[in-house]
Design a protein around this ligand. Structure first.
Ligand SMILES: [Zn+2]
Ligand SMILES: [Zn+2]
Length: 116
């Protein structure tokens, strides 16, 4: 599997104090996810559901401060990062490709609205 520079992180920084995950990509782009945005993107089966069954996030839960408190992040192989949340949840493997796709910056948000 080849990685394009747009999906290749050079630097990943989990800022616990600010509650932010910042990724610098090989193509020079920078994505900054605040903790709530990141938590809502959690791709694990519990949060997003699986095999057609709705997940926890589909129930529009009210996220508690503990559920959206970023306590760390670890690399999963060379393809994903798994944040750890203060409630102990750490099973969401966020693939780089998906993180880049969901980049919350103004530029990327605008680009996602354009039909491509
Ligand atoms: Zn999850
Ligand atoms: Zn962006």
């Amino acid at each position: 599997m080849s990685q394009s520079p747009a999906n290749k992180p050079l630097n990943i920084n989990a800022d616990r104090t600010a509650g932010r995950l910042t990724i610098e990509w090989a193509d020079g782009h920078r994505s900054q996810f605040d903790a709530v945005t990141l938590r809502l993107l959690c791709p694990c089966a519990f949060c997003q559901g699986e095999a057609g069954r709705p997940g926890w996030l589909d129930t529009n839960p009210t996220l508690s401060s503990i559920q959206t408190q970023l306590v760390g992040a670890r690399l999963v192989g060379s393809y994903a990062v798994a944040p750890t949340w203060a409630d102990g949840h750490d099973t969401g493997y966020y693939e780089f490709e998906s993180l880049r796709f969901h980049c919350p910056c103004t530029e990327c948000t605008a680009a996602r609205r354009e039909p491509s």
